[in-house]
Design a protein around this ligand. Structure first.
Ligand SMILES: Nc1ncnc2c1ncn2[C@@H]1O[C@H](COP(=O)(O)OP(=O)(O)O)[C@@H](O)[C@H]1O
Ligand SMILES: [Mg+2]
Length: 252
């Protein structure tokens, strides 16, 4: 296996000092891969992601991202380190009072002070183009475009700083099947276009996870129950994994 983009070693997290919502998690996500995180709801997928993003600190254990032990970073250093990530959550989390273009310019203006205004607009436009958004929508507000275009805008904004890791948390939850397929394909296309980028996607959509991911990690009760290729999942003997996969793939 190639170098790890993300490494978790025996990570534990309790919020209340009693219950461990992450309970000895071990995981290595290879650099350059698309990795899907799956599992029943409430098993710690989002909490795990927030640890990797440095938004939560583990109670114990090691979290290494891009070779960096993130527990050693101060708050300010973390903020800077996080610019190497792009994040797209379920709601696209766009600024309602900014146009499509302004939304994508925002991280650039914020974190690339050396860029001229022209350069910011040029880079933002390029990212919007990459995700397939027509320039005629650039000056619209999020409320004036479709849900699919909002996703594209959110993704363009996540791509603005050329991230080394792209995180998606339930990017297609609540979308209709056609939009879901569009977003899944967009994730894969974006991954292919972003050279050497690592993509990590939490998904409730197993069909998509097994179709687009190189590796899949199934979490259960705050641990990794199985990590492997989609093939590994189809031939596993672990009863809980078998049941989860069978349920999720029943429409095949
Ligand atoms: N900030 C928090 N404080 C306390 N408990 C939390 C917090 N965030 C998540 N949890 C709990 O951690 C568990 C895992 O949540 P989560 O990671 O969001 O699940 P999911 O796998 O559905 O993404 C849940 O029991 C949830 O209630
Ligand atoms: Mg979640």
């Amino acid at each position: 296996m190639s170098e790890a983009a993300i490494r978790l070693v025996d990570v534990k997290k309790t919020f209340d000092g009693k219950e461990f919502v992450v309970n000895g998690m071990n995981l290595e996500i290879p650099k350059g891969s698309v990795t899907a995180i799956i599992g029943f709801s409430g098993t710690g997928k989002s909490v795990m992601l927030k640890h990797i993003l440095g938004l939560y600190r583990p109670t114990s254990g090691l979290i290494e991202v891009l070779g960096q032990d993130i527990s050693l970073l101060s708050k300010d250093e973390l903020t800077i380190f996080r610019r190497r990530f792009g994040v797209l959550f379920q709601g696209s989390a766009l600024f309602d009072d900014m146009t499509v273009l302004e939304n994508v310019c925002f991280p650039l203006t914020e974190h690339r002070p050396e860029y001229s205004e022209e350069k910011v607009i040029e880079v933002a436009s390029k990212k919007l183009h990459q995700v397939g958004l027509d320039p005629k929508h650039f000056s619209k507000l999020p409320s004036q475009i479709s849900g699919g275009m909002q996703k594209r805008t959110g993704l363009a904004r996540a791509l603005a700083l050329d991230p080394e890791i792209l995180f998606y948390d339930e990017p297609t939850t609540g979308l209709d099947p056609i939009l879901t397929e569009m977003v899944d394909n967009l994730i894969l296309e974006t991954h292919r276009q972003s050279n050497g980028c690592t993509s990590v996607m939490v998904s409730h959509d197993l069909e998509a996870a097994f179709r687009i991911a190189d590796y899949v990690a199934m979490l259960n009760a705050g641990q990794v129950l199985l990590f492997g290729t989609p093939q590994d999942f189809f031939k596993t003997e672990i009863e809980l994994v078998k049941r989860f996969v069978a349920k999720g793939m029943k429409h095949r």
